[in-house]
Write a protein that binds this ligand. Structure first.
Ligand code: NDP
Ligand code: GDR
Length: 342
């Protein structure tokens, strides 16, 4: 029997790589998308097959994390073997502007999924997209035993969702798993996260389209990995014999400044002349340093990050340069409105 997966957040960075991976593995893949006034399927358009085609294995359904009855109806209709719950309001800076919405989608959205699965009595495995932001100000290296000390409404909401996921495992015996993933990036990364903001700016400055790039805190340390490797880790967690929680990380820290200098140097540009400070990009509370210890995932899942920051920078800068040279019309270079508060 063909296995059936449901992905929330299928239009996002991780959802698109995961859909690709599961289709390669022979799954039937269902994804939940939000209705929008413009197309929001750019990251998965290349996977589209007309649903009338007997070979179609990717199916999209309208739904929203705020709409619990719809989520329950979709879960009942699809009857998935595996649920990958990736949808959220994932921007840390934005979560300070919209704390209630962030908690509703990112926190309560997870409860809506879990409670629907429980009430329907579905026999399925559930993956929760937990985050290193839950560790917040707990010093590195962080692993599955590190105490949580979140520093943003986003981090607080993810802690809520993490414990909901564990509670449904302990209380009802559901196969629920937390993947505690450290930052992972790619050419498909949203344009307002710092790595993509930088690599996109490098391409534009190199082409003479922009003079400067405005950023906030350059001292923060992050553990940046490569997104396609991380979705493989998600899948491995749901294939394990028993449900558990796992950190995925490279184990190496790097400051925003270091990422920045590598990206500009790769294009032969002097970053010091190009960077301007804008306090709008600071957060009311910052996560100063997160560096993960993924030894549990290495020993129990055989998972290991291979791509490190210098290679990641190369992949992302070259993709943004190529996209711009191709006319800047591809999905990875769609225009964003300068100055949006992220
Ligand atoms: P993206 O921003 O690329 O994708 C987020 C997805 O969630 C999009 O498909 C978005 O839809 C969808 N979404 C947002 N709000 C709703 C809603 N109300 N109802 C339904 N769908 C919604 O994020 P990533 O792919 O990078 O991250 C995936 C998950 O992993 C998130 O939960 C994030 O918090 C978590 N995470 C990410 C890490 C990273 O470094 N990337 C690290 C740790 C955790 P639309 O396209 O319409 O906006
Ligand atoms: P993060 O990613 O907050 O770690 O959350 P982001 O790329 O937004 O910020 C990383 C660091 O860069 C600093 N920074 C800036 N950030 C943004 N976005 N824009 C700027 O102009 C800027 N200047 C400096 C930030 O202050 C921060 O220290 C990501 C998200 O994907 C979450 O959903 C996920 O859970 C975590 O990673 C792990």
């Amino acid at each position: 029997m063909r296995r059936r997966a449901l992905i929330t957040g299928v239009t996002g960075q991780d959802g698109s790589y995961l859909a690709e991976l599961l289709l390669q593995k022979g799954y039937e893949v269902h994804g939940i998308i939000r209705r929008a006034s413009t197309f929001n399927t750019g990251r998965i358009d290349h996977l589209y097959v007309d649903p009338h085609d007997p070979d179609a294995r990717l199916f999209l359904h309208y739904g929203d994390l705020l709409d619990g009855t719809r989520l329950m109806a979709l879960l009942a209709r699809i009857g998935p073997d595996e649920v990958y719950h990736l949808a959220a309001q994932p921007h840390v800076r934005v979560s300070f502007d919209e704390p209630e919405y962030t908690a509703d989608t990112t926190g309560l959205g997870t409860i809506r999924m879990l409670e629907s699965i429980r009430q329907l009595g579905l026999d399925c495995r559930f993956y929760q997209a937990s985050s290193s932001e839950m560790f917040g100000s707990s010093p590195p290296p962080q692993n599955e035993l590190t105490p949580f000390h979140p520093r943003s409404p986003y981090g607080v909401s993810k802690v809520f969702a993490y414990w909901a996921t564990r509670n449904y495992r302990e209380a009802y015996g559901l196969f629920t798993v937390n993947g505690i993933l450290f930052n992972h990036e790619s050419p498909r990364r949203g344009e307002t996260f710092v790595t993509r903001k930088i690599t996109r700016a490098v391409a534009r400055i190199r082409a003479g389209l922009n003079e400067h790039l405005y950023l906030g805190n350059l001292d923060a340390v992050r553990d940046w990995g490569y997104a396609p490797e991380y979705v493989e880790g998600m899948w491995r967690m749901l294939q394990a014999d028993r449900p558990d929680d796992y950190v995925l990380a490279t184990g190496r820290g790097c400051t925003v400044r270091e990422f920045l200098s590598l990206a500009f140097e790769h294009a032969g540009l002097d970053w010091q002349r190009r960077i301007r400070f804008d306090e709008r990009y600071l957060r009311p509370a910052e996560v100063d340093a997160i560096v993960g210890d993924a030894s549990k995932a290495r020993s129990l899942l055989g998972w290991e990050a291979r791509v490190q920051v210098p290679e990641l920078v190369r992949i992302m800068v070259e993709a943004d340069i190529r996209s711009l040279e191709a006319g800047g019309t591809s999905w990875i270079d769609r225009p964003t409105v300068a100055g949006w508060g992220t």
